[in-house]
Design a protein around this ligand. Sequence first.
Ligand SMILES: CC(C)(COP(=O)(O)OP(=O)(O)OC[C@H]1O[C@@H](n2cnc3c(N)ncnc32)[C@H](O)[C@@H]1OP(=O)(O)O)[C@@H](O)C(=O)NCCC(=O)NCCS
Length: 135
Amino acid sequence: MVRRRLHPLSQAAQLVAEHGEKVVGFMIYELHKTRLHILNFAVAESVRRQGVGLQMADKLISKLSSQRRTRITLEVRETNLPAQMFFKTLDFRATTVLRSYYEDSPEDAYLMQYRYVADAVEATLPMGRIDRLAG
Ligand SMILES: CC(C)(COP(=O)(O)OP(=O)(O)OC[C@H]1O[C@@H](n2cnc3c(N)ncnc32)[C@H](O)[C@@H]1OP(=O)(O)O)[C@@H](O)C(=O)NCCC(=O)NCCS
């Protein structure tokens, strides 16, 4: 999938999903100032449709916040319907068509984006109202 070269001003990070001794999924993403950008993401064919991808994407979504990085973006091939369905399930939306985006084929890409939604606590409590909260 997608671009494999890093943006010159960004840092890269990765998520790896393991089952026993085996790596069953990996994701490489760039850290930009206000967003995360997924460069590469795959789950082993033998364990697809078992929620591995969902757990990995949830982990990435949990890194967003209203103060810092508020979006996740990625490009997906127009022919990659499974990935489009997967990201749609997670509330990613296609925002732009990138014409003839790939060097290895004439197909277009869709730029898909997820926007951070403040959770209930963050939405109702102004920042700084509570200094410490013990259970
Ligand atoms: C896209 C990918 C990472 C999804 O990983 P996964 O672990 O199979 O996904 P999950 O099991 O967590 O799927 C969660 C939900 O997404 C949707 N979904 C996932 N794969 C789908 C498919 N092939 N067709 C339709 N919907 C799909 C479903 O709603 C699914 O829930 P369900 O299985 O209960 O119906 C995996 O298919 C993959 O590695 N594809 C090849 C590489 C690739 O295309 N990467 C992304 C490029 S941008």
